[in-house]
Design a binder for this molecule. Structure first.
Ligand SMILES: Cc1ncc(COP(=O)(O)O)c(C=O)c1O
Length: 406
């Protein structure tokens, strides 16, 4: 699918044509996105929001246009609900910090000593550690939804975890290790029944399928531009206006203020309250182009294509005798596996020598590795440009690696 648009895919690695199957870590960029970055720096680079001169106005218009497009892409109610961040990690850290500093209208802390926050056992460290840090600061307690034996989330256990002390839940839409799609609709529904707010880590879902924040009714969502054909250093924190209005800013500086006096500072309106300092306006423009690129292909077409590839690949891995984690469950472009008695590092190295890029290790999800009982896995992850030939080359290379190692 549109392979020619991605210059890097013409590169060779160790003398072999590149097969790039590490898209969950970061995706490659189409020429349209690369051109956007060059265009921004060569035609209208200028700091935004603060200038009356032409270049500044052009740059500002592009940045705010990108915000509108991103809001429409995830069906946010309004652009003001889109906060630019550096990425998913930055977005979740910002949110966790603000939640910790949040005092409700009656003056009470939103999170007090003994309150509980829930994540799940399969989270990326980015959706665990910021909450652990918050809990440490506020003497709150971090709980997690456990996995069943088949590596699905135990929703019965989740229902048992929800109680009057539960204040916040943050869970991944798609596991970055297993590729499995989590029952977030059910989690959000159950949480809202108890008046608990929910953040969705969309890092591995937004790049692969249509995500509609209003249909999901999540309170917050975080995702990264670089995993969806955009540049590094730009990401999004979506939040419902009613919560963003109440949350305090997590950083101070230029842009986020209305007035600064020695007696104190008043904060800017949404979303600028959360965007201290010079924003990544080149990144937002390039991310806008990446979204236009994805839309030109169609989210449904991307989803179907990657699902077919994932099923095609998983079947062959199972036939080869690999242990596929979460085998048979619907996945969004990611598969993790091991070959019995072979260390993932050895497989990754031998695949690399044959030009095949996969990721090995614990994938920033140590608690999940611990639950599965392995030190790491081999992970293949697809993007819209991968095709069945990539899978065939990967499987052939894997067979060669297996022969050499067993
Ligand atoms: C599910 C999930 N959450 C969070 C992150 C962190 O994303 P970033 O490094 O872009 O901040 C990742 C990255 O792999 C991820 O897969």
């Amino acid at each position: 699918m549109n392979r020619e648009d991605f210059p890097i895919l013409k590169e060779t690695v160790h003398g072999q044509p590149l097969v790039y199957l590490d898209n969950a870590a970061t995706s490659q960029k189409p020429q349209q996105v690369l051109d956007a970055i060059v265009e921004a720096y060569s035609k209208w680079n200028s700091n935004i929001h603060r200038g009356v001169h032409h270049l500044s106005q052009v740059a500002t218009a592009h940045h705010e246009e990108a915000r509108k497009e991103i809001a429409a892409f995830i069906n946010a109610r309004e652009p003001e609900e889109i906060v630019f961040t550096k990425g998913t990690t930055d977005a979740i850290n910002a949110l966790a910090f603000s939640i910790g500093e949040w005092r409700k209208a009656n003056g009470e802390w939103f999170i007090s000593e003994g309150d509980e926050i829930i994540v799940s056992e399969l989270e990326h460290h980015s959706n665990i550690v910021p909450w652990q840090m918050l809990c440490e600061r506020k003497k709150a307690v971090l709980r997690h939804i456990p996995l069943r034996e088949d590596l699905t989330l135990d929703l019965e256990a989740f229902k048992g975890l929800l109680n009057e002390k539960t204040k916040f839940i943050s869970v991944a839409h798609v596991s970055n290790v297993l590729g499995t799609i989590q029952p977030i609709e059910e989690i959000i529904r159950l949480a809202h029944e108890k008046g608990v707010l929910v953040c969705i880590d969309g890092a591995q879902s937004v790049p692969h399928r249509k995500v509609d924040v209003q249909a999901l009714d999540c309170d917050f969502m975080a995702f990264s531009g670089h995993k969806m054909y955009g540049p590094t250093g730009i990401g999004i924190l979506y939040g419902k206006r009613e919560w963003l209005e109440q949350l305090p800013p997590h950083e101070g500086g230029g842009e986020m203020i209305q007035h600064v006096r020695w007696s104190g500072t008043t904060y800017n309106t949404l979303p600028y309250k959360f965007e201290a300092g010079t924003p990544n306006f080149v990144g937002s423009y390039a991310l806008h182009k990446a979204i236009e690129y994805m839309q030109s292909i169609g989210l449904e077409a991307i989803d179907n294509h990657e699902r077919e590839l994932t099923e095609y690949c998983e079947k062959q891995l199972v036939d080869l005798g690999c242990t596929v984690y979460g085998a048979g469950q619907p996945k969004a472009g990611v598969i993790s596996f091991n070959i019995p008695n072979i260390h993932p590092f050895d497989i990754g190295t031998l695949l690399d020598q044959q030009g095949v890029a996969v990721r090995i290790g614990q994938h920033c999800a140590e608690p999940l590795m611990y639950a599965i009982g392995v030190p790491g896995t081999v992970r293949v992850s697809f993007g819209l440009y991968n095709d069945s030939k990539d899978v065939d080359r990967f499987i052939a290379a894997l067979k060669r690696a297996q022969m050499m190692l067993l």
